[in-house]
Design a binder for this molecule. Structure first.
Ligand code: SF4
Ligand code: FES
Length: 383
């Protein structure tokens, strides 16, 4: 009979739980869940050696253990500190922690641009969420921010180093998932940057996973860049029989069009099963996949906009109160919108969408109708 492990007791934000010895404070807090779990920008459960770089997960240890209940003098990184029996930890109940976290976010934002409106990561960016909760209104930084040129590192991935927070996750992915790592962090201090040694391409079978682990928009999918906003897409669980990976993915659809394919993530934003490049970049047709159904999205996420499952629509009463008549249609946006042309498959364009990709756009719009009649919009044909 296997020997039962003796559990240790830890109290985090006044909630006491029992966990296995060797559990980190972060994982213990995640077992409680909700806001008690500190944010983590560099730690990643599946990546060995990750954590300890960003300091967003700092917590206060008010009592070290039952045997030695003295508090720890400094805040500690919860992803790298293990629990002890009788430990008392404060996260959101500590003003020191909140103050320190605000400071960490201010540091992270020193060089990170606030270009969320045009960044592909917007809506699923951990730094965006963190700044929303802990960011200040302005900056105290007076020096020139460092900026970098964008680099295509291979056919599918673009590196926008200006947005990188040097969390090392992508380096660990390349190290631990692929046979040959071609990129890493070069130089030191504020000169540090993610780079390939001599403009090399990242082309290993599983290298696309660096896009999923990047907490910000520094590594983006070139097949999806500027094609759509994530909150306009509908994420669907899907799978295929893949010889290389588990083949369990999320399809980001708009109608039947697959805009991007990503790995599925758990509630902490960490990948559940790594996926291969073929599934991610080359299987962009609905027919390539067996669709399981809409994925469950956190209701707090902007991605959940309009994607609720099991919603009962209210009864349509407009025509009832109008004695069976249709409402007056002044403008049908689907008729006149230049970007809703079903003939143009945005997801298959080899570049970000541009006005030239919509050759059938209307040249002139005419509104016809007389008072008392329904107004309709007609397009004139292009000559
Ligand atoms: S590119 Fe992204 S994943 Fe890589 S170190 Fe920078 S922030 Fe982290
Ligand atoms: S998540 Fe703990 S230091 Fe980054």
């Amino acid at each position: 009979m296997p020997e039962e492990k003796k559990l240790v007791k830890v109290t985090i934000d006044n909630i006491t739980i029992e966990v296995e010895p060797g559990t980190s404070i972060l994982h213990a807090a995640r077992q409680i869940g909700g806001e008690v779990a500190p944010p983590a920008m560099c730690y990643y459960t599946k990546l060995k050696g990750s954590g300890g770089k960003c300091r967003t997960c700092l917590v206060e240890v008010a009592a070290g253990s039952a045997a030695d209940p003295r508090p720890m003098p400094k805040l500690v990184a919860s992803c790298r500190t293990n629990v002890m029996d009788g430990m008392v930890v404060k996260n959101i109940t500590s003003d020191r922690v909140i103050d320190a976290r605000n400071g960490v976010v201010e540091f992270l934002l020193i060089n990170h641009p606030l270009d969320c409106p045009i960044c592909d990561q917007a809506g699923e960016c951990h730094l965006q969420d963190l700044s929303f909760e802990h960011g200040g209104e302005g900056t105290r930084y007076e020096f020139t921010r460092r900026t970098f040129e964008k680099h295509d590192i291979g056919p599918y991935i673009q590196l926008h180093m200006t947005r990188c927070i040097l969390c090392y996750r992508c380096v660990y992915v390349a190290d631990q998932l692929t046979d040959k790592r071609e990129h890493g962090i070069l130089d030191r201090g504020d000169h540090s940057e993610i780079a390939t040694f001599i403009e090399k391409a990242l082309d290993n079978d599983f290298i696309g996973n660096v896009i999923d682990v990047c907490p910000v928009g520094a590594l983006t999918d070139r097949t999806f860049r500027f094609k759509n906003r994530v909150w306009f897409l509908k994420p669907m669980d899907a799978h295929r029989d893949c010889p290389t990976c588990a083949g369990k993915v999320l399809l980001w659809n708009r109608g039947d069009e697959v805009f991007r394919v990503t790995a599925r993530k758990d509630q902490w934003g960490e990948v559940i099963d790594w996926i291969c490049n073929e599934c991610r970049f080359e299987k962009k047709l609905s027919s390539d996949w067996i669709i399981e159904g809409p994925t469950t999205i956190n209701r707090q996420s902007v991605i959940s906009q309009g994607h609720y499952v099991g919603v009962h629509k209210p009864k349509e009463f407009l025509s009832e109160v109008m004695d069976g008549r249709d409402p007056r249609i002044l403008l049908d946006i689907h008729e006149v919108s230049e970007v809703n042309q079903t003939k143009v498959q945005l997801s298959t364009l080899p570049h970000p969408a541009h006005s030239e990709d919509f050759p059938d756009k209307p040249t002139q719009q005419v509104t016809v109708g007389k008072p008392g009649q329904y107004l309709i919009n007609k397009r004139t044909e292009k000559n």
